[in-house]
Design a protein around this ligand. Structure first.
Ligand SMILES: Cc1cc2nc3c(=O)[nH]c(=O)nc-3n(C[C@H](O)[C@H](O)[C@H](O)COP(=O)(O)O)c2cc1C
Length: 420
């Protein structure tokens, strides 16, 4: 199995510049700056079928091409290292074990979009990684890979690491930009999209850590090579963060299009040889899959969209037969209620009502009507909120109720109740 993103993870001191250089580091940057134009880089990335690893899966090359070529204003690159989707922990090993891969990707991306200042917006809980990144930036700056006159080519780009204070909404790209500007992390209305009006009102590309770390191998080996690793429309490999009821949870690199069932087996299978009950394939906001769906689906953007779910952030949450789906879904909705920024009514009120109904059901006081109301409320939130946090909350609930209704009915029939 080809390792692209995790190739250096197990090498001692992989986070240092010397080890990175010994294993092919910064070759891509050299090639990009000396042999390619910014347009050629963007074309290569388009060809690679690299799609955003942060959640929405938008074509990375296409996003870069939206940045105006003749901007009178500065252009910024912002790396989204907020990693706040529950079940998602795959950007962490990149920053911990291979920070130079991120920096190299950032310098290539910055060159492609003509940016001379880049930011890494990192979640506050990753403080130790902020220090690691800053060490890597200093090392790279001292040896001419970051900063002024990079590799003697006349291209300048510096990097600033900015820690957030720990809010899920600050992972949403426009709320992130507000937060980076020193304001409260409320999402902005789109359009305009950040590529035209982003940080400080200037053109800005926001990309996930893993997306950017995928760029150097694309430049070294070519877009076609990367695309062929995955599927026609979902190029490359991905880091899947597998948690829950498997024998060996962790971060696994697999090509896009890989069977989910096989990934679970690679993790040692369902714990204790139990039966699989459900899988959330892309962080808690991705609609839940039944065991039957999970056993046949492949992990790529197209296949999951075709069955009404999504690959999202690559956080695969495995649930065995002992899982109480009502309680598991309640835990997710409590998270969304807590993290709703409160700015728009359907999200603020909707998540709050969903929590209330869940509590009634779980305490044994719910009715059939409550079960229907969970679906109606979610359907009414979906697409009507200011940002996709409301959609995420709705997606965490409605598919779970529809696919596992009998479990909800057990609570209505008062055969079970729990203290919440
Ligand atoms: C509520 C919410 C939270 C998000 N959290 C993250 C996050 O932690 N990390 C991330 O990369 N993208 C997150 N996103 C997606 C970003 O808005 C954006 O699409 C992404 O950073 C773009 O990068 P990509 O194209 O490389 O995926 C979040 C979106 C929403 C709606």
């Amino acid at each position: 199995m080809e390792k692209v993103l995790s190739a250096r993870f197990d090498i001692p001191n992989s986070h240092t510049l010397d080890v990175y250089l010994q294993h092919g580091g910064y070759r891509a940057l050299q090639k990009a700056l000396t042999e390619m134009t910014p347009e050629q880089i963007t074309e290569e990335v388009k060809k690679s079928a690299l799609r955003g690893r942060g959640g929405a899966g938008f074509s990375t090359g296409l996003k870069w091409s939206f940045v105006p070529k003749d901007s009178p204003k500065p252009i910024y690159l912002v790396v989204n290292a907020d990693e706040s989707e529950p079940g998602t922990f795959k950007d962490r090993p990149i920053m911990e074990k291979d920070p130079h891969a991120l920096l190299e990707g950032m310098m290539i991306a910055a060159y492609a979009i003509s940016s001379h200042l880049a930011f890494i917006y990192i979640r506050g809980e990753y403080w130790y990684l902020k220090e690691r990144l800053e060490q890597a930036i200093e090392e790279a700056r001292a040896r001419g890979y970051v900063g002024k006159n990079i590799l003697g080519t006349g291209f300048d780009c510096d990097v600033i690491v900015h820690p957030g204070a720990g809010a899920y909404i600050c992972g949403e790209e426009t709320a992130l930009l507000e937060s980076l500007e020193g304001k409260r992390g409320y999402p902005r209305i789109k359009p305009p999209f950040p590529a035209l009006v982003g940080l400080y009102g200037c053109p800005t590309v926001v990309n996930n850590v893993e997306t950017i770390a995928s760029v150097p191998p694309i430049i070294v080996n070519g877009g076609d090579w990367f695309r062929r690793l995955g599927t026609e429309k979902s190029g490359g490999t991905r880091l899947f963060a597998v948690s829950g009821h498997v024998e060996r949870p962790g971060v696994y690199e697999r090509p896009l299009g890989y069977p989910l069932k096989q990934l679970i087996e690679d993790c040692g299978g369902v714990r204790g040889g139990r039966k699989l009950k459900a899988v959330i394939p892309g962080g808690t906001s991705a609609p839940i899959l039944t065991a039957e769906e999970a056993e046949t689906i492949t992990l790529d953007f197209e296949a999951l969209a075709a069955i009404g779910s999504m690959l999202g952030s690559g956080g695969v949450i495995v649930m065995d037969e002992t899982t109480d789906i009502v309680q598991a879904t309640y835990r997710s909705i409590k998270f969304y209620e807590h993290e709703s920024c409160g700015w728009c009514v359907p999200c603020r009120e909707g998540t709050n009502w969903l929590v209330k109904i869940f509590r009634r059901l779980l305490r044994g006081g719910g009715t059939e009507r409550d079960i229907d109301m969970l679906i109606e409320l979610s359907d009414n939130m979906f697409g009507r909120t200011h940002c996709p946090l409301g959609d995420a909350a709705a997606w965490a609930v409605a598919p779970a109720v529809k696919k596992f209704r009998a479990e909800f009915e057990r609570y209505v029939q008062r055969r079970v109740s729990v203290a919440v």
